[in-house]
Design a protein. Sequence first.
Length: 192
Amino acid sequence: METSFFAIVFGSIFVNNVVLTQFLGVCPFLGVSSKIKTSLGMGAAVTFVMTLVSVIAWPVYMYVLVPLGIEYMQTIVFILLIASVVQMVEIVLKKVSPALYRALGIFLPLITTNCAVLGVAILMISKGFDFGHSVAYSAATAVGFTLALVLMSGIRERLELEGIPKAVQGVSMALITAGMLALAFMGFVGLV
């Protein structure tokens, strides 16, 4: 039975959120989620790159790796593909929109090392999705990543205004908050 687009999109954003249930992309999740503005910038960049990588990775896997019988090379090929796409996006942005390039700053190179991007490329193949479902899965997963970043940054900005005991300020509170956010997202499990 083929999975519907709705189930893939809803499941990728809420039920199987790449950060909160699969724990991929935790480094940028904790590192970039201190301000909403930076979270939105990182989320937009990851959404663009993750979707573009899926559009390229699926055909490369199906029409190059499978016919050559070298499916085991997918991880290396996908890493090279992600690095190439990020470099291409960086070059194009620098030329076309220098203001946006400066605004994204360090976020673009960080996407290359974001394990969520590689994880999604590998997961879309392992789940046996066709091209359309793979693109929907990748885009929805990136939206889920962005949602988790923005929610976490909103909570962290709010917590800065509260009287939190010194012992749990900073990383400790970020981890406690991430855990509680993950528990909240687990409530969506029965909906798909």
